[in-house]
Write a protein that binds this ligand. Structure first.
Ligand code: ADE
Length: 271
């Protein structure tokens, strides 16, 4: 199977210059409206598809994003490998603002979102034990290394509902659970990517220390935007570098991302 790279851009990342033959195109989905049109182009012969998660102009809050329509639209464009670039808060002293964390686990504390393509009519339970595809992270990590970035491979991302940030008590609780970073968008995105049999990996860009930290008092949305703007160029270059080195033939995911539905569907075939 030919690889197609999808990129979901988080806060601050609304475009990726450098795609060849790039066109913004509307993609229809029976699940509703995706966050925006998709930027579809090529890099060295690889089809690449970019979707700004919050829409250009940042018009959808984390709870208002139609995650099902987004993942479905990317699947319809043939995406096999999906990189989510996401701003996050740090729950660890060593992950300073500006660090890139290549997370490998999630805790889902979101409560007000559609989380599955399967409901009435067809029931499926996919495994999410290993939500991140290690082969894709290998490519991302190699690009981080080549660019000399401050990055860390591995870590747990706590997905919260928002839109308010966490209280100190919540932030300390998540630290006591061993979480590394906190954000508002990677769930249910990662779960839906697995249901769509798309390999998924997150580049979590640390923009701030969460409220547990003494420095948090200095953090407001302007401070977060400042870090985002300082890093957006780096994130764009990172994505282009990943696109250049991603194998052109999609490799079978060792944690089952591309065969997630094989043993997941409970509904009888003749129903
Ligand atoms: N996104 C960026 N910083 C965040 C934080 N501290 N908590 C939740 N989401 C975030």
């Amino acid at each position: 199977m030919k690889a197609v790279l999808g990129i979901i851009g988080g806060s601050g990342l609304y475009n990726i210059p450098g795609f060849e033959n790039a066109l913004w195109q509307r993609v229809e989905s029976p699940w509703g409206e995706p966050s925006d049109d998709l930027l579809i182009g090529e890099i060295d012969g690889l089809k690449v598809v970019f979707l700004p998660r919050h829409g250009r102009g940042h018009v959808h809050s984390p709870s208002a994003i139609n995650y099902r329509a987004n993942i479905d639209a990317l699947k319809r464009e043939g995406v096999t490998d999906l990189i989510s670039v996401s701003a996050c808060g740090s729950l660890k002293e060593e992950y300073k603002p500006g660090t890139f964390v290549l997370v490998d686990q999630f805790i889902d504390r979101t409560i007000a979102r559609e989380k599955s393509f399967f409901g009435t009519g067809c029931v499926a339970h996919v495994s999410i034990a290993d939500p991140i595809s290690p082969l894709l992270v290998d490519v991302v990590e190699a690009s981080c290394k080549a660019a000399g970035l401050a990055y860390h491979r591995g870590g747990t991302y706590l997905a919260m509902e928002g839109p308010q940030f966490s209280s100190k008590a919540e932030s300390h609780l998540y630290r006591s659970w061993g979480c590394d970073v906190i954000g508002m968008t990677n769930m249910p995105e990662a779960k839906l990517a697995r249901e769509a049999e798309i390999s998924y990996s997150t580049i979590a860009m640390v923009t701030d220390y969460d409220s547990w930290h003494a420095d948090h008092g200095n953090v407001d949305i302007n401070a977060i935007l400042k870090v985002l703007h300082e890093n957006v160029d780096t994130a764009q270059k990172l994505v282009l570098s990943v696109a250049k080195s991603l194998p052109r033939e999609h490799e079978e995911c060792p944690v089952g991302s591309n065969s997630a539905l094989e043993y997941a569907i409970l509904t009888a075939a003749d129903k």
